[in-house]
Design a protein around this ligand. Structure first.
Ligand SMILES: Cc1ncc(COP(=O)(O)O)c(C=O)c1O
Length: 393
């Protein structure tokens, strides 16, 4: 779709759901900001001061929001802490936090710490099969004892896409504040966070957005909450006009930008600045349509040629994100053997190889080759021997 826009690593790159590859646009934007640093030094801050805010219109389109509802800042975990500090207000018997048993561990570390701080529990929605969540279990867990629920839009291991609109509506009906981790959906599929009345959300930009390793993440705060005071204020969330008046009292910026805390990394923001131009050109609906084509193609190929592997990603288009989870007891070794052949997937314990055929740059030919190599590995049992060598050397 936009393969020529990227400087792809050698071989077949199927790990864009972990770290998106470098694009020419991101590299050019980083070089441009670096040159400004070289030529203008501190004076370049005049140009950089509102750079994060200037990225908001493009981001807002990806997440289904008004520009003032989003800001690029922080990381998923630090933003989650900041938003819990704002939104988590246990009262009486409505005091517990709810997340899922399949959440990314860092989110659970943050939530657990807040539950302990508030003398409350972190309750986890169970999974029946260890890979996916059932909507009945989610609805049952949204009880009147829950103050705040935190869910992933797409599960990081299996790639299951949850129904954000319906689950958010259930939470609202029960008076529960709800936030979403959109790490595995931003840049892969469209969102409607404003229309769905999501309270808040966070994401990173180093995966499908291809902004670069450790690039700043982002957050969404629905307009109806813009009157709130950020729970973890910092000078970068101060009203811009008077930020450098150096007053001791905090006057918050309007909207989501108030949730910035510290000075942003301009070089890291530049990576996102460049990468967003690609999404502006193509549009997220087209990205999603192509992504679904590729994941469907890959799933059919696995079903046909790799019967000893199970696809753990839901097959319904409306229930899957941008990657495919292939389960095999030797997933770690298979993943390693693929990497040794310049095919880059990743492994998630205990038994999942994740393959992300990304709309912007992957092709059907690459998926054919990947499945062919997996078939050869399984037939020859080679991957086992290679693992032994790797452990010994
Ligand atoms: C679903 C999910 N949540 C949270 C994180 C942690 O992100 P960060 O390092 O930006 O805090 C990741 C990282 O990959 C993730 O995939």
């Amino acid at each position: 779709m936009k393969r020529d826009a990227f400087l792809l690593p050698r071989g077949i790159y199927l790990d864009g759901n972990s770290l998106g590859p470098l694009s020419y646009a991101a590299r050019a934007a980083i070089e441009r900001r670096m040159n400004q640093w070289q030529v203008y030094g501190v004076n370049a801050w005049e140009e950089w001061f509102t750079l994060a805010e200037r990225l908001s219109p493009a981001l807002a389109k990806l997440i289904g929001a008004h520009p003032d509802e989003v800001i690029t800042t922080g990381g998923i975990t630090s933003n989650l802490h900041a938003l819990l500090a704002t939104f988590y207000k246990p009262q009486g018997t409505r005091r517990h936090l709810l997340a899922t048993s399949l959440d990314f561990p860092s989110d659970l570390y943050a939530l657990q710490a807040w539950a302990e701080r508030m003398d409350a529990e972190l309750r986890l929605i169970p999974s029946r099969d260890g890979f996916t969540l059932d909507h009945d279990d989610i609805v049952e867990s949204l009880t009147e004892e829950i103050a705040l629920a935190w869910l992933p839009t797409v599960l990081y291991s299996s790639g299951q896409l949850l129904d954000v609109a319906t689950i958010t509506a259930w939470a609202k009906q029960r008076g529960i504040v709800i936030g979403w981790d959109a790490a595995h959906s931003i840049g892969a599929l469209p969102h409607e966070l404003h229309a769905d009345e999501v309270d808040f959300a966070v994401w990173c930009s180093y995966k499908y957005l291809c902004a670069g390793p450790g690039a700043p993440g982002g957050l969404f705060i629905h307009r109806r909450h813009h009157h709130l005071k950020p729970g973890l204020p910092g000078w970068w969330g101060h009203e811009k006009k008077t930020q450098f008046a150096m007053r001791s009292a905090f006057t918050k910026a309007a909207g989501a930008p108030a949730y910035q805390i510290s000075t942003p990394s301009i070089l890291a923001l530049a990576g996102l600045e460049g990468a967003l131009a690609i999404f502006e050109e193509i549009g997220i609906d087209q990205v999603r349509a192509r992504s679904l084509e590729l994941t469907e193609y890959l799933i059919a190929n696995i079903d046909e040629k790799l019967p000893e592997c199970s696809v753990r990603t839901p097959r319904a288009a409306g229930e899957r994100g941008g990657h495919v989870a292939l389960e095999h007891p030797e997933a770690d070794r298979l993943s390693q053997a693929l990497r040794e052949r310049d095919i880059v997937p990743d492994f998630r314990p205990p038994s999942v190889v994740r393959l992300a055929p990304v709309a912007l740059y992957n092709t059907e030919d690459e998926l054919d080759r990947t499945v062919e190599v997996l078939r050869q590995l399984l037939d020859a049992g080679d991957y086992r021997r290679e693992q032994t060598t790797r452990l010994v050397t």
